[in-house]
Design a protein around this ligand. Structure first.
Ligand code: ADP
Ligand code: NI
Length: 257
């Protein structure tokens, strides 16, 4: 169902956890069966593929800090199991299920905590509270894995797939497509970002168009480039079909070109 790494270092690092890998894949597949289509098993598969692609590329350029591979992979597989958008209670049954699953894997305790750290910090909402993540105090492999996973997850938020996901989520939340009288805003913190009920096109300005500049890895940046251009082309077409000569006030695109 999921490809395995080709690069020798990655294969070697995953080797001791082969059984756990299959077990987690089955668990995620089952838990996400009825999930919203933008955050379901198919999203996990795509994020896993992106993660692997970035890991392989990074491993060609430099030796990855030991422990990066397994951490990034389990982060990719488990990152949306207890997403606070769908499970706001920090003690939700989804969260408890996730913690139980991690215990069942019999990972060393440190590794379990590292996976939970990645899951907590991968989200865009968290980047508003970035200081609290105090990345400098974390070991190198943990930060490397977090950066790779963030890139992998964010790539799925842009391009054609990102666009489909945004409108699907907007529909799921019964949001308007667009309202030229409700301009995008800059949120001051993660809570305000999460509480927004703005039209879906605002989400492009409030998150999706910001991602290209926030990529961490060279391969992430490269993959983001074309997907970003596609979002710009889509918005221009949308405004044109709405009869606007150029983006309406508050929806300008120059800064994102
Ligand atoms: P995170 O879960 O990383 O904090 P988001 O809340 O932005 O990130 O959610 C991830 C994806 O869910 C987005 O990339 C987008 O596809 C969709 N999504 C979230 N909020 C919105 C929104 N207000 N409008 C449209 N899509 C959204
Ligand atoms: Ni995700």
């Amino acid at each position: 169902m999921l490809a395995l790494p080709e690069h020798a270092q990655l294969r070697q690092e995953l080797e001791p956890w082969t059984n756990q890998f299959g077990y987690t894949v089955q668990y995620v597949f089952k838990v996400l069966q009825d999930a919203e289509a933008g955050h379901d098993w198919h999203h996990v598969q795509r994020v896993y593929d992106n993660t692997l692609q970035i890991l392989e590329q990074e491993a060609l350029n430099q030796r990855l800090p030991e422990g990066t591979t397994a951490l990034a992979i389990w982060g990719a597989l488990l990152h949306d199991i207890a997403d606070d958008k769908f499970h706001p209670d920090p003690n939700s049954s989804a969260r408890q299920g996730l913690e139980n699953h991690l215990r069942e894997l019999a990972f060393p305790e440190g590794m379990r905590d590292e996976v939970l750290y990645l899951i907590e910090w991968v989200s865009f909402k968290k980047s508003f509270d970035a200081k609290a993540g105090s990345e400098e105090e974390q070991p190198e492999h943990k930060i490397k894995a977090l950066h790779i996973l963030r890139d992998a997850d964010r790539l799925d938020a842009i391009g054609a797939i990102g666009l489909a996901r945004a409108f699907h989520y907007g529909g799921f939340k019964n949001r308007l497509f667009f309202d030229s009288t409700i301009p995008p805003v800059h949120y001051q913190n993660g809570e305000a970002y999460r509480k927004s009920t703005a039209p879906t096109i605002n989400h492009f300005y409030e998150k999706l168009l910001l991602l290209k500049k926030k990529m961490y890895t060279p391969s992430g940046r490269e993959l983001a480039e074309q997907r970003h251009s596609f979002l710009l082309a889509f918005l221009k077409q949308y405004y044109s079909e709405m009869g606007f000569q150029s983006p309406p006030p508050g929806f300008e695109l120059e800064v994102f070109e």
